[in-house]
Design a protein around this ligand. Structure first.
Ligand SMILES: [Fe+2]
Length: 317
């Protein structure tokens, strides 16, 4: 059983921070929770923490940090001990970031920046965002795509096998699905700390680069909201990379777009829950992947190659 409750917040870098902010606020419908220096803290109406996304102005794009909340102070200590025992290094920060207590920052095998933490502020909405129901963290404003919360994160890795082993053996994630190429190479791993079919995903970096981001996904409750988000992307001039359809792996319903800073953002719903404690990981072959997504839609080429920060293709290097 995992000692990680869930992932997030995520810090995202953007070289066009003002336009990125407009995308997250106007198109995705997130709320600005606060602002510090070159960062803006954003939240979905269903996020229980103060924010799930920290957008930071930078000269590049990509993921600057992925938070992992432990279930308890003891679970945090045990996971940090496991990270250290695995030789990944890292260091404690007394007050890791806005609304969080101490956190342990380290890099995963491929270099992805993580922070393990437990103490965090629960969101207290201002008057104009107070919900009618006390079991909801914030009022539903209905602006833009009105995403509910951060759902999952897909990062790229030069060595999926090493990162998959780290996630299962060190962090205690469960492996629900994976891709194995004909030569035995692991090309993708869909991992979860909960019964949700995927939370943390590693896929192979086509360019062999390290620690890059593939996409960040935000949840909506219905497929109709995904379709509506596509209409909003269209009229806001957001580059739609993959129009709504259903993934074969993890069965998530998706819409993929590229936000102004260059990062791939998904609006997602669907998927499935894993109740089986002995659930065997589903293994997909190259031939099966060639069939495309669930309904036979072929995946666009950029989906297999593009990540942030962008790098040149190996042939061009
Ligand atoms: Fe996704």
């Amino acid at each position: 059983v995992s000692e990680i409750a869930h992932l997030g917040p995520l810090e995202l870098l953007s070289p066009r921070a003002e336009e990125s902010l407009r995308f997250f606020v106007d198109v995705l419908g997130m709320e600005v929770e606060g602002q510090e220096g070159r960062s803006v803290y954003l939240r979905g109406w269903g996020d229980y923490q103060r924010y799930s996304l920290k957008l930071t102005e930078s000269d590049t794009s990509g993921m600057a940090l992925l938070g992992l909340r432990a279930w308890s102070p003891e679970a945090l200590e045990r996971r940090v001990a496991a990270v250290r025992a695995a030789g990944l290094g890292g260091a404690w920060l007394d007050s890791a970031d806005r609304g969080r207590g101490r956190g342990y920052r380290f890099s995963g095998p491929d270099g992805h920046p993580f922070e393990l933490y437990y103490e965090v502020d629960r969101y207290a909405p201002p008057e104009h965002l107070r919900p009618a129901l006390k079991n909801q963290p914030q009022r539903y404003t209905g602006r833009g795509a009105a995403v509910k919360r951060l759902d999952h994160v897909n990062v790229l890795s030069a060595d999926v096998r090493a990162d998959r082993a780290f996630a299962t053996d060190v962090l205690g994630y469960r492996l629900y699905e994976r891709i194995q190429l004909d030569d035995g190479t692991e090309a993708g791993a869909w991992l979860s700390a909960s019964i949700a079919a995927h939370e943390l995903i590693y896929t192979k970096d086509a360019y062999g680069a390290h620690a890059r981001l593939h996409h960040v996904a935000f949840w909506v409750d219905t497929r109709e909201e995904c379709l509506r988000a596509a209409d909003l992307f269209l009229d806001h001039g957001v580059d739609i990379e993959a129009a709504p359809s259903k993934h074969a792996i993890a069965q998530g319903f998706f819409l993929y777009g590229i936000e102004p800073g260059g990062n791939r953002i998904e609006v997602t719903t669907g998927g499935y829950f894993v109740y089986d404690p002995d659930h065997p990981a589903t293994v997909w072959t190259e031939a099966e992947r060639r069939k495309g997504q669930a309904w036979g839609v072929q995946t666009v080429e950029s989906f297999h190659t593009y990540g942030t920060p962008p790098v040149e293709a190996p042939a061009a290097r």
